[in-house]
Design a protein around this ligand. Structure first.
Ligand code: AP5
Length: 228
């Protein structure tokens, strides 16, 4: 299965991507996480990317494509993947289609997780992430049991540098201008599906799961092989 998750910052792409990955055993690839990893390691690529990410802007397409491509050629991607945060521009979407066409494959589901901008700000400003394992919490909806420490590994919970209200507003603005057209791109080719992202996390997943199962039942070639 090759699935891309779309939606405003804070829509729940990472949360749902993790659940889908656990159930279907395919990798969940978040370009945001890959970029934050590069920033944390202080690599030249990370330093360059941080100039954009810290201000709420997208990193240049060339850089995003390079980061994604390096990850997709790894062997665990041969039977499919869930992309979270890519494509974020129509140019990235076209790149992905072109690369997949080379191996006779395509993005099968572009899933738009829909929430309002107001809900996005509420979620982003109360999100906390584990500094060690990257687990995601929400101070109200999905709090950690301990005080400021991760339930899974005991790591310290921190706020992402781009999760301030001011930077989140900028990310929403950038999304509407640069990323929203990607929704139309997939709609035009009949691959767009949407779910209400404002329901409970478990209910959103139930809806996503029904959609994926329905798709698999139809014999969509979900396990078409080939590494990008
Ligand atoms: P990225 O990391 O992709 O950030 P994003 O798209 O802004 O998405 P978020 O991670 O903020 O939210 P999410 O939808 O994953 O929500 P989550 O599940 O965490 O990108 C960051 C930056 O990297 C970009 O700004 C850009 O600079 C750069 N970048 C990345 N990819 C790029 C690309 N391809 N090209 C160029 N630049 C790129 O949930 C949010 C919170 O809500 C959590 O606290 C969660 O617990 C809670 N929550 C989730 N679901 C629910 C629910 N149903 N009900 C209540 N709470 C919920």
């Amino acid at each position: 299965m090759r699935l891309v998750l779309l939606g405003l910052p804070g829509a729940g792409k990472g949360t749902q991507g993790k659940h889908i990955s656990e159930k279907y055993g395919i990798p969940h690839i978040s370009t945001g996480s890959l970029i934050r990893g590069a920033v944390a390691s202080d690599s030249p690529l990370g330093r360059e990317a941080n100039k954009y990410i810290s201000k709420g802007n997208l990193i240049p397409d060339e850089l995003a494509i390079e980061i994604l491509h390096e990850r997709l050629v790894e062997p665990d991607c041969a039977d499919g993947w869930i992309l979270d945060g890519f494509p974020r521009t129509v140019r990235q979407a076209i790149f992905l289609d072109q690369q997949l066409a080379k191996i006779g494959s395509e993005v099968q589901i572009a899933l738009d997780i829909r929430i309002t901008p107001e809900e996005a700000i509420r979620r982003i400003s109360k999100r906390r992430v584990c500094s060690q394992c990257g687990a995601v919490y929400h101070l109200t909806h999905y709090p950690a049991k301990g005080d400021g420490v991760c339930d899974k590994c005991g790591g310290k919970l921190v706020q992402r540098q781009d999760d301030t209200v001011e930077t989140a507003r900028k990310r929403l603005e950038v999304h509407m201008i640069q990323t929203h057209p990607v929704v139309h791109f997939y709609a035009q080719s009949g691959r767009l599906y949407s779910v209400n992202g404002e329901a409970l996390i478990s209910d959103v997943f139930a809806e996503v799961d029904r959609l994926i199962a329905h798709f698999a039942d139809e014999g969509d070639g979900a396990s078409a092989g080939g590494v990008l």
